[in-house]
Design a protein around this ligand. Structure first.
Ligand code: FES
Ligand code: FES
Length: 173
């Protein structure tokens, strides 16, 4: 199935089976390895990306639903890792193993774009679907507060990039 979509600000065409999940498209077709496979059933959040600025589980979105989609991955959240959430993640040194962190950052960025100053309860509610086996939850909450305090967070405004430098929350595969 041929589909045209925008990924990280770049018009992209793919030809893939209609039931292939977006996560597979990102990782195996487009070589964007930031979003991770955790559960494959929409329960862990490791595969979270933005669809028109809203967080979605890319393991649950089939190619057949992607015509005209605007997708942003951790690689496109900012051109150089300077998104306020990424900076806060670095400052607070949030990750442990790192596996869940791209998904955590994408959910946090979407939260702050719609609610620039969330309470602890609002953070807990918004981040509830992003699991962390290393239990970095306290640092995630602190980093979201730090990002909220440092600047207004706008919805993801991806910049097309040719290089893919490692960014905060993007562990090496
Ligand atoms: S891999 Fe998609 S929610 Fe777990
Ligand atoms: S940092 Fe290891 S799973 Fe979250």
């Amino acid at each position: 199935m041929k589909v045209s979509l925008t990924v990280n600000g770049k018009p992209t065409s793919i030809d893939a089976p209609p039931d292939m999940p977006l996560l597979w498209v990102l990782r195996d077709v487009l070589d964007l390895k930031g979003a991770k496979y955790g559960c494959g059933v929409g329960q862990c959040g490791a595969c979270t990306v933005h669809l028109k600025g809203s967080p979605v589980r890319s393991c649950q979105l089939p190619v057949s639903a992607l015509q005209g989609a605007e997708v942003t991955t951790i690689e496109g959240l900012s051109p150089d890792g300077s998104h306020p959430v990424q900076r806060a993640w670095d400052e607070i040194d949030v990750p442990q193993c790192g596996y869940c962190q791209a998904g955590q950052i994408m959910s946090a960025a979407a939260l702050l774009a719609r609610n620039p100053s969330p309470t602890d309860a609002q953070i807990t509610a918004a981040m509830n679907g992003n699991l962390c086996r290393c239990a970095t939850y306290h640092r995630i909450r602190d980093a979201i507060h730090a990002a909220a305090a440092t600047s207004a967070v706008t919805p993801s405004a991806p910049a097309a990039t040719t290089a893919r430098p490692r960014q905060a929350g993007t562990p090496r595969n």
